[in-house]
Design a protein around this ligand. Structure first.
Ligand SMILES: [Zn+2]
Length: 496
């Protein structure tokens, strides 16, 4: 499970003798030594590296060996690791970020019903229409490979798969065997019977099923549904929906059952992603998590996250930080849309004050991650960052803003997409920042988004994506059928 894996990895990273570390830091005060010193296979030079590491926020060069950063720093100190045969990559002053992380996306769902002519089709309807015709395994493996290509093209080197059914683990296994997975993956398996398909109900059973597959390096967690969606009024609210509906929605799970599941999973050390959209669902999820945290007497446990958290009551905001629970928001949806499905449901006041409350959650001390929920929305991180920073729709000033009081600075969004999302997925010991000892995951951008005008941000392109020291995307165009579905998702915007 994610928690265990992380603990093991932490041990590995810190095993360098303390004395050696002390000596190295005395000789090279600006170098972060890891005991992996000596030489580099690849050196990336002349970059403007934003590291998302508070110890050293900026660097000019990085050295890589065995898929990991071995030195991060100034040109001279990194070049000192060059040997005959070291590959030197000149980045010509470009901005480089840590490989991006999507905390909650749906390659598994896309693979089950791939290549729909109409991407972004709402999940519920899609399931109803197609649930009897899932794709055969070889098609699923192909579709997973395509998902990984799109992720690489947007600079992602890690993701959480928001809903992995057990009968899909074979396809993931095949993809890994073929060398086709270019991200660190954490798979979240639904823990109850879902759409009539077999799903594990007990943590022990989940472990047993997972142990049957060879999925090296892959993390796991559990996915739970607390409520539904605002459109359709199945999200659970504290105050009624706007007329003519006027109800409060409903919880997907009886409270007692949710509490039992949450406590059992937490006790077993299994990280959870809890889908909760309405403010009553968010409160119910926090209540259940609070019971679980109390049951372990405040001892550290797995990193849990509430996914979507579209509406959070004022008094619940500080509970995220207090309980150590992450909030993962759909940044791309923080923009007005002509196909606005939100305002008719919750009205302009709740929308402007509390919908996707990035700012309020950050101010209240929450660990705030971001997700695309792709393919129900675009996974383009630059459009999503733009939306969260401006609360506007790229290229459409006439649409106005959506809750500008909850806008956050761009640097906060970059951190959300890197180190904070890595924390959300429990992989921050290995990924999420450009830090010696971590996996060498990078994204090179075509422009300096921290210096260029914000209006340029949505046009940003990835020049290269480097995963574990290897270039897995080189800036070339996606095949037409993938490019077309992505363009369609951008066009739909916040249509949900
Ligand atoms: Zn989802």
């Amino acid at each position: 499970m994610g928690g265990q894996r992380q603990a093991n990895e932490r041990k590995r990273v810190v095993r360098a003798p303390a004395l050696l570390l002390a000596l190295l830091s005395a000789v090279l005060p600006s170098t972060r030594a890891t005991g992996e010193e000596g030489s580099a296979e690849t050196i990336f030079l002349n970059g403007r590296f934003y590291t998302a590491d508070d110890q050293r926020p900026w660097a000019e060069a990085v050295a890589v060996r065995g898929g990991r950063f071995v030195r991060v720093g100034g040109t001279a100190e990194v070049r000192a690791l060059a040997r005959p045969g070291t590959r030197l990559v000149d980045l010509r002053g470009r901005l480089v970020l840590p490989g991006l992380v999507d905390a909650h996306t749906h390659p598994s769902l896309e693979a089950r019903y791939p290549y729909q002519p109409w991407p972004g089709f709402p999940f519920a309807q899609l399931r109803r229409k197609l649930s009897r015709f899932p794709a055969p395994e070889w098609v699923r493996v192909r579709a997973l490979a395509d998902s990984t290509r799109i992720l690489s093209a947007y600079g992602f080197t890690a993701f959480g798969d928001g809903r992995t059914r057990l009968d899909q683990l074979g396809a993931w296994e095949a993809l890994i065997r073929q060398g086709g997975l270019h991200q660190h993956a954490v798979l979240f398996v639904p823990v109850r019977v879902d759409s009539g398909l077999p799903a594990p109900t007990r943590p022990a059973q989940l472990r047993e099923e997972l142990a049957r597959h060879r999925l090296p390096g892959v993390g796991f967690g559990a996915k739970l549904f607390v409520d539904g969606y605002l459109q359709g009024e199945t999200a659970s609210l504290e105050e009624p929906y706007e007329p003519p509906g006027g109800g409060r929605g409903r919880l997907a799970t009886p409270v007692a059952e949710l509490e039992r599941e949450v406590e059992e999973l937490d006790h077993a050390g299994i990280p959870m992603q809890l889908h909760a959209i309405g403010d009553h669902a968010v409160r119910t999820a926090l209540d259940a998590l609070a019971r679980a945290v109390a049951a372990r007497g405040g001892r550290p446990g797995p990193q849990h996250a509430i996914i979507h958290a579209r509406l959070v009551r004022e008094e619940d905001l500080p509970r995220f930080g207090r309980l150590g629970v992450a909030a993962v928001l759909d940044a791309f949806l923080a923009q007005p849309s002509p196909e606005d499905g939100i305002t008719p449901e919750i009205g302009p006041e709740r929308r402007d004050e509390r919908y996707l409350a990035f700012r309020k959650l950050v101010d209240a001390g929450a660990l705030v991650g971001v997700c695309s929920d792709w393919p129900s929305a675009s996974m383009n991180p630059f459009h999503a960052m733009y939306a969260a920073v401006t609360r506007r729709s790229p290229g459409h000033p006439e649409r106005g803003t959506l809750g500008p009081a909850n806008a956050v600075p761009l640097e906060r969004m970059i951190r959300a997409y890197t180190i904070d999302n890595a924390r959300v997925l429990g992989i921050a010991g290995e990924a999420g920042s450009i830090t010696a000892g971590k996996w060498a995951d990078l994204v090179v951008l075509d422009r300096d988004i921290l210096r260029r005008p914000i209006e340029e941000l949505p046009d940003t392109r990835v020049v290269a994506t480097v995963f574990e020291g290897r270039t897995v995307y080189d800036g070339s165009a996606l095949p037409w059928y993938l490019a077309r579905s992505e363009a369609r998702l951008l066009e739909i915007g916040n249509g949900r």
